[in-house]
Write a protein that binds this ligand. Structure first.
Ligand SMILES: C[S@@+](CC[C@H](N)C(=O)[O-])C[C@H]1O[C@@H](n2cnc3c(N)ncnc32)[C@H](O)[C@@H]1O
Length: 406
């Protein structure tokens, strides 16, 4: 257990870290933040920062460094549950809470890269208020979607309704750029199984998708008669038109990209090949526990890292954050989490080769987050480690706010 953050080193140069001994790299330095040698670990000067302090103040101090560089920001504020957890109080009043969280979102917004995104975890209690407040703060046109995460799989019988899900609100600095930059998900066995090579096509397995679309926004060139190779004529169904104009459709038919059924008499459909996915599967808005874990998984993981120590009550599963960082960033990108808690975002960033800045105001910055990241640097095997073949490495600098303004 690590504690007493205030009595650490006050050197202004970046620290020499504890083991493992690896060559130091010159990293950025932040005059108004004090490096704390004994909580930093592994390779120094990576740009990975764990800052102990109030997040707004820390972000202000790091503004010059972070502005325009944050590719993916994940915010997991206290949800205003009314509880007093072991590591922090979560009983702010509604107005104060809403003002504070919105102010943090507004600040993070200024730090985002052009194609960056901001993901905010929240539950049923405050989501609707927070959504409206953030719309006002950063522009409703930048809202991308709400994701529903199945955070528990067991029934909570003591309540009127068993609350089994939470939300993530997703906003993008520039939705068009984000649409181009965001990553798709890996193909699942379930989806792969839908691709079958019904006609022995040398290009491999395919599935057929509709060749007609709703006629609402159609232009005249999308209404015509398709003649199948066997001479059969096809008109689009009522209220619909063909997805391509006639010239393009004839080209697709000539290239063997249109399927008319086994006997050649079927409604034309387009062949979509397994290998043509390119950017992977389009992420859906419903995230199940089987894919991204539950709160319970996360607690068990933290417990396994710190057996016998007071449990951090509200960690997120690494699988959940892995999906967020996968969609919203690439290896080498900078990830920001101003409510770091037990350090999940930083742990996932390390394991997936992102750079991170994590901020936490409680003592758990050192006692849980830094202590966890030491284990991660040493090759900790829980969470997503197996999935990403994590064998350890990297490092981080622990900083704390200098007392008073500087
Ligand atoms: C819900 S927890 C985050 C859990 C985290 N996602 C994880 O996986 O462990 C919220 C954390 O934000 C911290 N926090 C709350 N207000 C803060 C502030 N203004 N500045 C920095 N940290 C803050 C709390 O101390 C708490 O550890």
């Amino acid at each position: 257990m690590v504690s007493d953050l205030k009595n650490d080193s006050s050197s202004v140069t970046m620290p020499e870290h504890a083991a493992p001994q690896e060559p130091e790299v010159a990293g950025p330095s932040f005059p108004s933040l004090v490096p704390v040698k004994r909580h930093s670990y592994g390779l120094a000067g990576t740009g990975n920062l764990l800052a102990h302090g109030e997040n707004l103040a820390v972000m202000e101090r790091l503004s010059d460094y972070l502005r325009g560089r944050v590719k993916c920001a994940y915010l997991d504020p206290p949800y205003r549950t009314g509880e007093r957890f072991t590591h922090y109080d979560d009983d702010a009043n509604h107005e104060d809470w809403l003002r504070d969280v919105t102010a943090r979102v507004r600040h993070v917004w200024e730090l985002l890269a052009d194609d960056g995104s901001i993901w905010i975890s929240i539950d049923d209690r405050e989501i609707h208020y927070l959504k409206v407040a953030i719309d006002r703060a950063v522009g409703r046109e930048n809202f991308i979607t709400t994701i529903i995460w199945q955070q528990r799989t067991t029934r909570e019988n003591r309540r009127v309704f068993s609350n089994n899900h939470e939300y993530l609100l997703l906003y993008a600095k520039n939705p068009r750029k984000f649409a181009k930059a965001r990553n798709g998900l890996a193909m699942t066995d379930d989806v792969r199984g839908r691709y079958v090579n019904q006609d022995g096509d040398p290009r491999g397995p395919w599935q057929s998708v509709s060749a007609n679309v709703q006629a609402g926004h159609a232009v005249a060139s999308q209404f015509y008669v398709i003649t199948a190779p066997n001479g059969r004529k096809h008109v689009p169904p009522n209220g619909r038109c063909w997805v391509y104009n006639q010239r393009r459709m004839e080209l697709e038919i000539a290239q063997g990209n249109v399927w008319f059924g086994k006997d050649g008499n079927g409604v034309p459909r387009l062949k979509k090949f397994l290998g043509s996915g390119g950017r992977g599967l389009t992420p859906e808005t419903l995230w199940g526990a089987n894919d991204v874990g539950t709160n319970d998984h996360a607690k068990k993981h933290i417990h396994s890292l710190f057996p016998g120590e007071p449990l951090f009550d509200t960690p997120k599963p690494e699988q959940l954050i892995n999906r967020v960082l996968h969609i919203g960033s690439n290896p080498g990108d900078l990830v920001l989490d101003p409510y770091l808690g037990s350090g999940t975002t930083a742990a996932v960033a390390l394991k997936t080769n992102r750079r991170f800045v994590g901020i936490e105001s409680g003592e758990q910055a050192a006692t849980v987050a830094a202590a966890r990241l030491r284990q991660v640097v040493e090759g900790e095997g829980g969470g997503i480690s197996q999935l990403v073949d994590w064998a350890g490495g990297g490092g981080f600098d622990f900083l704390r706010l200098r007392q008073g303004r500087s």
